[in-house]
Design a protein around this ligand. Structure first.
Ligand SMILES: [Zn+2]
Length: 175
């Protein structure tokens, strides 16, 4: 599929493979952010993700458990992708959308390309470590054999604010 211009206001990097559904993405993003509100007390950065199938049903869900589980692979996206693949009985997730509160890191962005995720929707941008347009773009890399739609900046302000607050709390500036 050739990349095309799009008029979608939520910063699409390229034409998504699936039909964008802004209202649905905002709904899930707000839901994930509410979940993140209750996270973060155990040392894990509050990040949550969901995988939606072609009919927009939730088939995978994950939140960051790296610290809690002492698992370097315990990122929200990887947990959600694993669940979705097990449920579908298929490692190819072409017809699915992953919604995540923070721009995926290089490990997760690589996994999303490998899983042939149809589309990724993220909230806060991560200019330092984000790998879908922040510090690099693995979806638009010669190694990406698969055209993955990427939409960033959905409920971005709320998502960024939540992370800023968490880091501030961790530094002990507020209680
Ligand atoms: Zn990650």
């Amino acid at each position: 599929m050739a990349p095309q211009e799009s008029s979608n206001a939520e910063r699409p990097y390229r034409q998504p493979y699936l039909q964008p559904n802004s209202q649905l993405y905002r709904h899930w993003m707000r839901r994930l952010l509410r979940h993140c509100d209750r996270m973060g007390h155990d040392g894990d950065i509050p990040v949550a993700a969901v995988v939606l199938d072609a009919k927009n049903r939730c088939i995978g869900w994950g939140s960051n458990r790296r610290h809690q589980a002492q698992d370097p692979l315990g990122h929200a996206e990887l947990i959600a992708i694993g669940q979705a693949a097990r449920l579908l009985g298929d490692w190819r997730l072409n017809h699915c959308t992953l919604v995540v509160t923070l721009e995926p890191c290089p490990m997760c962005a690589g996994a999303l390309v490998q899983a042939r995720m149809g589309q990724v929707v993220f909230g806060a941008q991560d200019p330092k470590r984000g790998a879908l347009g922040g510090c690099l773009d693995l979806a638009d890399h010669p190694s990406a054999h698969h055209a993955m739609g990427v939409i960033g900046g959905v409920e971005a302000e709320a998502a960024s604010q939540q992370l800023r607050l968490w880091f501030k709390r961790r530094r002990g500036q507020i209680c």
